[in-house]
Design a protein around this ligand. Structure first.
Ligand SMILES: Nc1ncnc2c1ncn2[C@@H]1O[C@H](COP(=O)(O)OP(=O)(O)OP(=O)(O)O)[C@@H](O)[C@H]1O
Ligand SMILES: [Mg+2]
Length: 255
């Protein structure tokens, strides 16, 4: 039996219409990507090539001009609630503390506040937020906000997580720690992850496959299997195998 992909994006195009000035923007054209259950896939591409637009479409927050999104074989185009989405710009409520912010997905599932708080509190140390449970987002650094946002996404507990530059604002050391953490979550919990990044090392380090997008309007210009043995550590990054993949991606992006 042919197994159905967990997520299937088929021939998706998005044109942002500008009715006032007539400057339509084609963000992405004819993008097809898929994610199998248990896979870790990255989407790598230059700034402005439509990566966030693509994730917004998968999450059902934007409607594509053309094309469809499938989840386990069913059309979900324009429908929300199938994936855990960590958007690029965090959407923390300024009037809620960190702890109150991260439990939002649990509250939406009618978990009692007490239980939600307990569950979230236990995870705060892992996310380096244990001393900020009662702080408001305004009082956090960019990296802390990102980790709070990540924890909130994690607590929405869908099998499929889509992450938009989840480590973009972290320093190099925290970034490597969080990458290792993400790999362990992915391995233990059998999550399926589709991640957007513009960091080539990060994409190779984490992924089973990488889609490389062209500059805007984004389209898939290359798909690469990464068969570097797991578990991967930062030492994997200095191997010849890693270097040659990196070189070849740089070549594709013509940097
Ligand atoms: N709501 C919108 N209305 C009009 N144009 C938009 C809208 N959202 C995005 N765009 C345009 O679509 C293009 C792609 O934007 P998008 O944010 O998806 O790129 P990106 O690859 O995520 O960039 P970055 O790496 O900088 O985050 C850009 O030209 C942007 O101006
Ligand atoms: Mg983006």
């Amino acid at each position: 039996m042919m197994s159905i992909n967990l997520l299937d994006v088929q021939n998706v195009t998005k044109i942002f219409r500008d009715n006032r000035r007539g400057n339509d923007v084609t963000a992405i054209t004819d993008i097809s990507v898929h994610l199998k259950r248990g896979e870790f896939v990255s989407i790598l591409g230059p700034s402005g090539c439509g990566k966030s637009t693509l994730l917004d479409i998968i999450a059902g927050l934007e409607i594509p001009t053309d094309g469809q999104v499938f989840y386990e074989g069913n059309v979900i185009t324009g429908k929300k609630g199938f994936v855990s989405y960590m958007p690029q710009k965090d959407v923390l409520f300024p009037w809620r503390t960190v702890l109150e912010n991260v439990i939002v997905p649990l509250e939406l599932k009618n978990v009692t506040k007490k239980h939600a708080m307990q569950e979230a509190k236990a995870l705060l140390p892992l996310f380096g937020l244990e001393n900020f449970a009662n702080s408001y987002p305004d009082a956090l650094s960019g990296g802390m906000r990102q980790r709070a946002s990540f924890l909130r996404t994690y607590l929405s507990k869908k099998d499929c997580m889509i992450l938009d530059e989840p480590f973009g604002r972290l320093d190099a050391i925290t970034r490597v720690q969080m990458q290792q953490w993400l790999l362990s979550i992915w391995e233990q919990l059998e999550k399926s992850i589709l991640m957007v990044t513009h960091d080539i090392d990060e994409a190779i380090m984490l992924s089973d496959r990488i889609y490389v997008l062209s500059p805007r309007p984004g389209k898939v210009i290359r798909e690469i299997e990464i068969s570097i043995d797991r578990p991967r550590t930062h030492e994997s990054m200095t191997t010849e195998e890693f270097m040659s993949i990196k070189k070849s991606i740089l070549h594709t992006l013509s940097i």
